[in-house]
Every structure is written in C-alpha cells, then in structure tokens.
Design a protein around this ligand. Structure first.
Ligand SMILES: Cc1cc2nc3c(=O)[nH]c(=O)nc-3n(C[C@H](O)[C@H](O)[C@H](O)COP(=O)(O)OP(=O)(O)OC[C@H]3O[C@@H](n4cnc5c(N)ncnc54)[C@H](O)[C@@H]3O)c2cc1C
Length: 356
C-alpha cells in the first residue's frame, strides 16, 4: 500500500468536498501529487520513471482516492497518458513530452473512451486524422475529457486514418485549432476539469504520434488501463469500510458481520490486484479476469459506501462527514469507460464463444 504523507493527506482531505462540488481549482491536485513523487511509479527508470511494478501506480491512485476520488480520477487520467507514452516506440515523445508529464509541468488527459467503445463495437470513432510523412492533421470532437487544465495539457485521442485503421495521437492544448469547451456542470467530480473538446484542422508534426496502429496499441495496454482504474474502487472501498468500522460506537452484531464479509471480500480482491499488478506481462487469457475484477471491485466499493451510511446512521447525513460525498463519488465507478455494462456484455460474449 502506498504510504501517503501527512502533507498530501491533509491537502486532499481539506479539498475533497470542494473537488466534488466543483468549487476549488482542480489542476492543483496533480501538482500536489507530483510532489509525492508518485507520477513515475511503475514507469521504467530508462524513461525517467522510478520503476517497479504497475502495482505502485495502482496503489497511489487508491491512496489518493481514499481521501478524494476526484483527485484520484485526475491522477488516473494523468497517469494514463504517461502509460501510453511509456508504451509508445516514439523516442521524441519519450524525450520531449514524458519528462514534462512526470514532473506535472504538463497535464495529461485521455480521450480514449471513444476508442474503448469503438473496440467493443458500440460507437464510431469521432476524430479523423490525415497522416503524412512529416505531419498529421486532426479533425473531430470528443464529448467528455477530464484533466483539461487551463495551464496546458496534452490529450490522447484515437483518430481514424483511413478504412478501418486508426491511430493514437497525443494532442497538445497549444496546437492551433484545439478548443476545450466550457467545463460540464456535474453532480459529482465537479473539479475534474471535464469538458468537451474540438479539434479543428489541428496540424501537428508527426512526432506527436503515439502509435500508428491504434487497435494493436489499445489491445496491448487495455489490461493496464483497467487495472489502474481499479485503484479508484480500491481506495473508496477501503475508506468506507474503515469509516463504518470507526462509526463512533460498537457495531451491532449484524453490522459487524457485514463488515467482516466486506473486509474478507476486499482482502481477496486485493490479493488479485497484487498478483496482476506485479505480473511482468499479462497473458491475453487473463483479460476477462481483469474485467471481472474491475466490475466486482466497483460493486464492492458501492456496497461499502452504502454500508458506511447504515453503520453511521443519521450522522452520515451531516455535511462534512464525507459519507454524502462518497455516495456521489461511488456513482462514477460503474460508468467510467469501459463501463461495467460494457464489460459485462463483453464477458457474456467471451464466455458464449468459449467451449463448454
Ligand atoms: C465525470 C466524467 C468524466 C469523464 N472523463 C472522461 C475522460 O477523461 N476521457 C474519456 O474518454 N471519457 C470520459 N468520460 C466518459 C466516460 O468514460 C464514459 O465513456 C461515459 O460515461 C459512458 O459513455 P456514454 O455516456 O456515452 O454512454 P452511452 O454510450 O450513452 O451508453 C450508456 C450505457 O450503455 C452501455 N452501452 C451502450 N451501448 C452498448 C453496447 N452496444 N454494448 C454494451 N454496452 C453498451 C454503455 O457502456 C453505458 O453503460 C467521462 C464521463 C464522466 C461522467
């Protein structure tokens, strides 16, 4: 488990309600997390990271989410762009962009839910790109992208390049024709810097290309994408369970039994996260199990928050005790792409194909 400093814990806890309500500036969260030197966890040392398994990065997202899920989600967005660049074979991105992300000099965003849905046959790609030897021109728009920091960001987009082919490209906010829209009014995660984004004939040097074959690339990093997301659920489940257990009075026998059951399930899932998070590489056959774990942990976190509410009773209704905020934070877990519904349908298709 990533040990969080008192400085970061206090920073996150004091701002958590404001981050959820959208009343404090979101971009400060990544700077505060960068000071903890967590952005390079699980990134190879040869690329400027601090090395170690992916588990370090998953646990950092969990540790932040225990105090503020909005900040945990911003960390996930930022960390995903780092992950894409680390898996790119483009040395220019490694040398020129990755170091800026690792120090939070530049904010990282991921607009790949469109591609994640496209890969599952749910929707067409919304962005197109014309690839030439020296440059790339990008057109289109995405409805939801987070961590669009006003101070400057780069966002990963999936863009159709002709026929069935599509590429993954990093697009800097400084590019002419990049237009982040007004932040969306949200009922939770209000300071997640979430807005639609438009690309109007954005012309960039081809050095911004992350991977020319988007499908191969996304399939390669899909397990890591989902495993890092699992950090959000892990953090929230841990926090709600500990809040419920320290609700200020002894739990009734029935509540204590439920707490034990949730804790035992959480321990089992933590073991699985540790195993996947420490694996050198994941066999494609493991992917359905990673999907199952993502669904199960989202459900467990939701159950843990509702359990916290019941264990605290009326006190849970008081503003400032965190339970109300966590109920709203938990609502995000099933709908972040790939949504639990999408994953369930993919699993159904997978198991129907499998021989009995
Ligand atoms: C606060 C917030 C921040 C976000 N930030 C980002 C971001 O930074 N980057 C990003 O790329 N996206 C972002 N998103 C989008 C998010 O990741 C999901 O893609 C989105 O919430 C789900 O897509 P939708 O709303 O278009 O659902 P819809 O496409 O309208 O679908 C509704 C539900 O039905 C399911 N569904 C629909 N059709 C099918 C089908 N054929 N098979 C299986 N299931 C299906 C969907 O999975 C979903 O559960 C954000 C969303 C929110 C709420």
């Amino acid at each position: 488990m990533a040990a969080i400093s008192d400085r970061l814990r206090t920073f996150l806890a004091q701002r958590a309600d404001g981050m959820n309500d959208g009343t404090v500036p979101g971009e400060q969260a990544i700077h505060a997390i960068a000071q903890e030197e967590w952005l390079g966890l699980g990134v190879p040392a040869r690329l400027g990271g601090s090395g170690g398994p992916l588990l370090g990065a998953i646990e950092s997202i969990a540790a932040v989410s225990e105090y503020c899920l909005t900040s945990g989600f911003l960390l996930w967005c930022h960390r995903m762009l780092i992950e894409y660049l680390a898996h790119s074979e483009n040395p220019w991105l490694h040398e020129q962009v990755l170091p800026r992300l690792l120090t939070a000099d530049l904010h990282g965003a991921t607009g790949l839910s469109n591609a994640v849905k496209h890969l599952a046959g749910i929707e067409p790609l919304r962005v197109e790109a014309e690839l030439r030897a020296e440059n790339v021109t990008i057109n289109g728009s995405l409805a939801w992208v987070s961590n669009l920091a006003p101070g400057g960001f780069a966002v990963a987009v999936a863009a159709r390049t002709g026929g069935d082919r599509w590429a993954v490209i990093a697009v800097p906010s400084s590019g002419k024709g990049v237009e982040a829209g007004k932040e969306l009014p949200l009922f939770g995660l209000g300071s997640s810097l979430t807005a639609p984004i438009r690309f109007d004939r954005v012309s960039l040097p081809a050095t911004w290309l992350i991977h020319e074959d988007g499908e191969t690339f996304l399939r390669r990093i899909r397990a890591r994408f989902v495993l890092l997301q699992i950090g959000l659920s892990l953090g929230l489940a841990r926090r709600s369970l500990s809040e419920a257990s320290s609700a200020g009075r002894d739990l009734t026998q029935g509540l204590a039994k439920r707490a034990d059951t949730i804790a035992a399930t959480l321990r089992r899932f933590e073991e699985a996260v540790r195993e996947y998070g420490c694996a050198e590489s994941l066999d494609p056959e493991e992917l359905p199990h990673v999907f199952e774990l993502r669904i199960a942990l989202a459900n467990l976190a939701i159950e843990a928050v509702w359990f916290e509410l019941q264990a605290k009773g009326g006190r849970a209704y008081l503003k400032g005790c965190g339970t109300g905020r966590r109920l709203r934070e938990a609502a995000f877990l099933p709908i972040v792409s790939p949504t639990c519904v999408q994953l369930e349908e993919e699993l159904n298709r997978h198991y129907m194909r499998a021989p009995v």
